[in-house]
Design a binder for this molecule. Structure first.
Ligand code: SF4
Ligand code: SF4
Length: 278
């Protein structure tokens, strides 16, 4: 049976695609963004056991060198996540696609569909294909939120089942992308063009980090591509916030409202009609 590493399931979300949706967050990401707010989603738990003593409720235990988390004892204080030096969490469940579908079935009368996010969900491509096949048979729409690191042209079976993609474009400049994201943006940019060209690009997201990212260039170039295919594709400009971030950006300022409006103007001038600032 197909299983995946699931960090969290939010029964109802209105910010993860069209309408009310169940959002499923998978564990594991191949990026290492300097501004990541959820670094505990990056790696699969290495079973080192460090977090066991950090837990005030005895909710984490080790058996045969595997670490187990007891949801019923957990108060979600996140002391375990703070103790982990592996950008991971013991609060990750290995779930089958049937487990998820059983849970989603409870919410079905109230949702349009499911959105799978991460981490980077396409790293568990076969799991997604199995999950989406079952969700589709229930009449639910299926969206993914992706960092765009894997070539969607090579994921045809997944794309066929996928109603839309929310794509992060962090930096058009590859040297900045490599420096602050720790990964090449080649596939991100080719996916931006390809997904828009086949009508599967639901939304593009850019986190605006003042000073260290070339935000103006990224917003301009993304907007030009959106305009080329469909000016009504939504472009979400997200204000950087330092809550929960690691490293040097812990006290980095958020962009001002004025700067966000300037970026929105750049996007509008380059043809975008559906821009939101969050
Ligand atoms: S979040 Fe849960 S498992 Fe983690 S330390 Fe707190 S009680 Fe223990
Ligand atoms: S969550 Fe982190 S600290 Fe806890 S066992 Fe896994 S790798 Fe070790």
């Amino acid at each position: 049976m197909m299983t995946g590493f699931v960090n969290n399931i939010i029964p109802f979300s209105s910010v993860d695609g069209p309408g009310n949706r169940t959002a499923i967050f998978l564990q594991g990401c191949n990026f290492n963004c300097i501004y990541c707010h959820n670094p505990e989603t990056i790696n699969i738990c290495g079973n080192c056991g460090t977090c066991i003593t950090a837990c005030p409720n005895g909710a984490i235990a080790q058996n045969n060198s595997k670490v187990f988390w007891d949801k019923t004892k957990c108060c979600n204080c996140d002391a375990c996540i703070k103790a982990c030096n592996n950008n991971s969490s013991p609060k990750v469940s290995k779930m089958s696609t049937d487990d998820i579908i059983n849970e989603v079935t409870n919410y079905k009368p109230f949702i349009q569909g499911i959105t799978v996010s991460g981490g980077e969900c396409t790293l568990q491509e076969d799991f997604l294909i199995s999950l989406f096949t079952k969700a589709k048979s229930l009449g639910l729409t299926c969206f993914v939120d992706s960092n765009g690191s894997k070539d969607f042209k090579e994921m045809a079976n997944l794309l066929e089942l996928c109603d839309g993609v929310m794509l992060d474009v962090k930096s058009f400049d590859n040297s900045i992308h490599n420096k602050y994201i720790d990964f090449d943006n080649k596939h991100v940019l080719s996916n931006l063009d390809y997904l828009a060209s086949i009508g599967k690009l639901y939304e593009v997201r850019t986190v605006i980090v003042p000073e260290i990212f070339n935000n103006e260039e990224t917003v301009k170039r993304v907007s030009e591509i959106i305009n080329k295919y469909d000016p009504n594709i939504r472009y979400k400009l997200i204000k950087f916030r330092n809550l929960g971030v690691r490293h040097s950006l812990k006290s980095h300022p958020s962009p001002s409202d004025k700067y966000m409006d300037e970026l929105k103007n750049i996007s509008e001038k380059n043809g975008c009609k559906n821009i939101i600032i969050v």
